[in-house]
Design a protein around this ligand. Structure first.
Ligand code: SAH
Ligand code: AVI
Length: 370
């Protein structure tokens, strides 16, 4: 049925909608001129950042990867039981380690027709991971999509049965509202029989959480600081990485880990690409990531609001991590919500069109020194 040649089994599309220089400039300008400075965490993942993240996954303190893999090993057969062939669509696939647990059981019983569709902003990592999978699974087809999963992705095929996957508790890196919008967008791509496998890191004692983001080898610190190298390189900026300390803590009220870069001296930096001068007091921070930790109730609320129904939960024995199997809600309420959204989107587009037409001479915003 398949051609054994790996080149015939792989297609990579994109980059499609990944961040343009203009968008990067806008994000950094907004983040570094806010009262609590921040840099969006998707900018961690250049070649060096992705490499460091893979090292993080192997750290003894970073329990998340180990826990999720152990749950997957225990539940893979149940998850793949009725999958008769179709598309496995992994969002933020990175090195594609975890999906192997599913592929292993799927190919154990029969040679079903599976296409793996990894989606990631990092083209290099996606290509490397895809090639490795092709050589490990001679019957697998891969359609890699280099794209930003927070935006509309045109290329996701819709005709076959789909199992969407978001591992790693990556959903925790979104703020609450962003997470719901993101999940709703996925729900809109799903048919009633499609499923979504969502990995969630659960709330646990600070004594476990904080070391996971403050490892003794300093890999997370390097990962955190690397985001400034990305800004330096892309915007011709001169941040000294040594002038910042890695700072990660658990905010129990918000139930989230936060990672910051804390100035260890007075900072004066030039960002030539933005024509921007930044000053920071000693002790001031740039927030680089939130990593939300879930209770069962909090997760249930998010999932219901996003238009999903929980089919099954899978946990490790300590309930440190969980995998949830979801299907799209088919209630009329949900359909009404989708329709409302569509109507609102159309109205916004129409408004924008009218504005553009009426406002051709809208003044251009100038960015001066801050
Ligand atoms: N799923 C893997 C990797 C998690 S790290 C695991 O569980 O171990 C997060 C991954 O998401 C990285 O590979 C990063 O490049 C990707 N990523 C982050 N933001 C993204 C975005 N907006 N769009 C697409 N990929 C993104
Ligand atoms: C990708 N994401 C789920 C990781 C997390 O735990 O929030 C990123 C990370 N940050 C520090 N260590 C790992």
């Amino acid at each position: 049925m398949y051609n054994a040649s790996s080149t015939d089994r792989i297609e990579i599309v994109g980059p499609t909608n990944v961040t343009s220089m203009n968008e990067f400039r806008r994000d950094i300008l907004k983040g570094l001129t806010a009262s609590q400075k921040f840099i969006p965490s998707k900018y961690f993942y250049d070649a060096c950042g992705s490499n460091l993240f893979e090292k993080i996954c192997l750290l003894p303190e970073y329990y998340l990867t180990r826990m999720e893999l152990s749950i997957l090993k225990d539940s893979a057969s149940a998850i793949m039981e009725n999958f008769q062939g179709g598309d496995l669509i992994e969002l933020g696939s990175g090195a594609s380690w975890k999906v192997k647990t599913l592929l292993n059981v799927a190919y154990q019983s029969s040679l079903i027709d599976i296409r793996y569709i990894p989606i990631d902003v990092n083209e290099l990592v996606l290509k490397e991971a895809s090639k490795e999978l092709l050589s490990e699974y001679p019957h697998l087809k891969v359609l890699g999509i280099v794209a930003d999963f927070t935006k509309k992705i045109e290329k996701i095929p819709t005709e076959r049965e789909k199992l969407f996957i978001l591992f790693g508790s990556t959903i925790g890196n979104f703020h609450e509202k962003e997470a719901i919008t993101f999940l709703r967008n996925i729900a809109q791509l799903m048919e009633p029989n499609d499923r979504f496998l969502l990995g969630l890191d659960m709330v646990k004692p600070r004594e476990v959480l904080e070391p996971a983001y403050n490892d003794t080898q300093g890999v997370t610190s390097e990962f955190n600081k690397n985001i400034l190298s990305v800004v330096n390189r892309k915007l011709d900026a001169n941040f000294h990485l040594d002038h910042f300390d890695h700072y990660a803590f658990f905010d129990s009220e918000k139930s989230q880990m936060e990672m910051h870069l804390r100035a260890n001296c007075k900072i004066a930096a030039e960002i030539k690409g933005l024509n921007l001068h930044i000053t920071m007091e000693k002790g001031e921070t740039i927030r680089t990531e939130i990593s939300r930790k879930f209770t069962i109730r909090r997760a249930e609320a998010m999932i219901a609001e996003a238009g999903f129904v929980i089919k099954r939960w899978f946990f490790d024995p300590n309930q440190w991590f969980s995998l949830i199997e979801l299907t799209r809600s088919t209630s009329d309420l949900w359909k009404r919500h989708l329709n409302d959204q569509l109507t609102q989107r159309r109205a916004r587009k129409e408004n924008l069109r009218k504005c553009k037409f009426a406002n051709m001479k809208r003044p251009v915003r100038m960015h001066g020194k801050v």
